[in-house]
Design a binder for this molecule. Structure first.
Ligand code: 0O2
Length: 249
């Protein structure tokens, strides 16, 4: 009885603290990545004339899902093995307007000094056979705790609104049919993915055309960025004074 860990109160307490620490690191990692994305988003709102970030969602994988994945992949059940092998416990999904935004954003994140890129899977250049498209990155970031630093993996998925729309419907259908989507439906989903990709290409083209026209107009007045209603009043005032001084009224 004495040797049975499950009746040892101290052992159970230690286990609880260990597990709490383990899951907490992933929550903090999500918070860190969300902060980085919020900073980029605010910077885009204030400095540039449009923001590529449409939505951001984050989630921590449930213990049940972690357990199932460990079992499915045949990994060891120790915390050390789970930490090393299950790299999507913390997940952040960013939805962008255009395909080019996905790559701009992924570069910006990859260039941040405290982010180590471990793996990039480009399902946009090479979609999955079912039609799934998205850019996936596994990154590692340091989480500074009171007595240790935990390097923690986060999976970042970046996709367009059209890709996200497709993926969420496919996800629902996949589970509705218990992971065995009937052939006819799977074909229709593949076709829908092609239509979504075509829509993304068209929207990108339109976006570029509009940007060129905007740039031409802004060269005329030099005031393009005044169109952004989010610019603080003191900045507008300073800019207008400056323009008066250099004779650009
Ligand atoms: P959830 O609920 O989003 O967390 P594996 O995890 O073993 O399946 P791998 O190589 O580790 O494969 O991961 P991969 O291919 O990078 O994709 C993992 C995540 O991408 C999935 O997480 C989904 O979120 C998303 N994903 C990948 N393929 C598809 C797909 O065909 N359809 C949809 N709708 N989403 C996909 P989870 O853990 O499966 O789900």
């Amino acid at each position: 009885m004495e040797n049975n860990h499950f009746f040892d109160l101290n052992y159970l307490k230690e286990m609880r603290v260990e597990l709490t620490r383990f899951m907490m690191a992933y929550k903090f990692a999500c918070d860190e990545i969300n902060t980085k994305i919020n900073i980029l988003s605010d910077e885009f709102n204030y400095i540039h004339d449009y923001n590529p970030i449409e939505h951001v969602k984050s989630r921590i994988k449930s213990p049940e899902s972690i357990f199932k994945k460990v079992q499915r992949k045949g990994y060891d059940f120790s915390l050390a093995s789970i930490r090393e092998n299950i790299r999507d416990i913390a997940g952040v999904r960013i939805t962008c307007s255009f395909i080019s935004d996905i790559y701009v954003l992924s570069e910006m994140l990859q260039n941040q000094g405290d982010i180590k890129v471990v793996e990039v899977k480009d399902y946009i250049k090479t979609p999955k056979p079912n039609g799934y498209q998205s850019l996936h990155m596994i990154v590692e970031i340091p989480i500074f705790m009171s007595d240790r630093t935990e390097n923690t993996y986060v999976e970042i998925q970046i996709r367009t609104i059209a890709m996200d729309f497709w993926a969420s419907l496919e996800h629902k259908i996949y589970y509705k049919y218990n992971k065995e989507i009937p052939g006819g439906l799977a074909n229709e989903l593949r076709n829908a993915a092609l239509v979504a990709a075509e829509l993304d290409r068209k929207m990108e083209w339109l976006h570029k055309e509009v940007s060129v026209i905007k740039e031409e107009n802004s060269e005329d007045t030099g005031l393009a960025f005044l169109e952004n209603g989010d610019i603080p009043a003191f900045l507008l005032k300073a800019l207008s004074e400056y323009q008066k001084r250099i004779g650009h009224e």
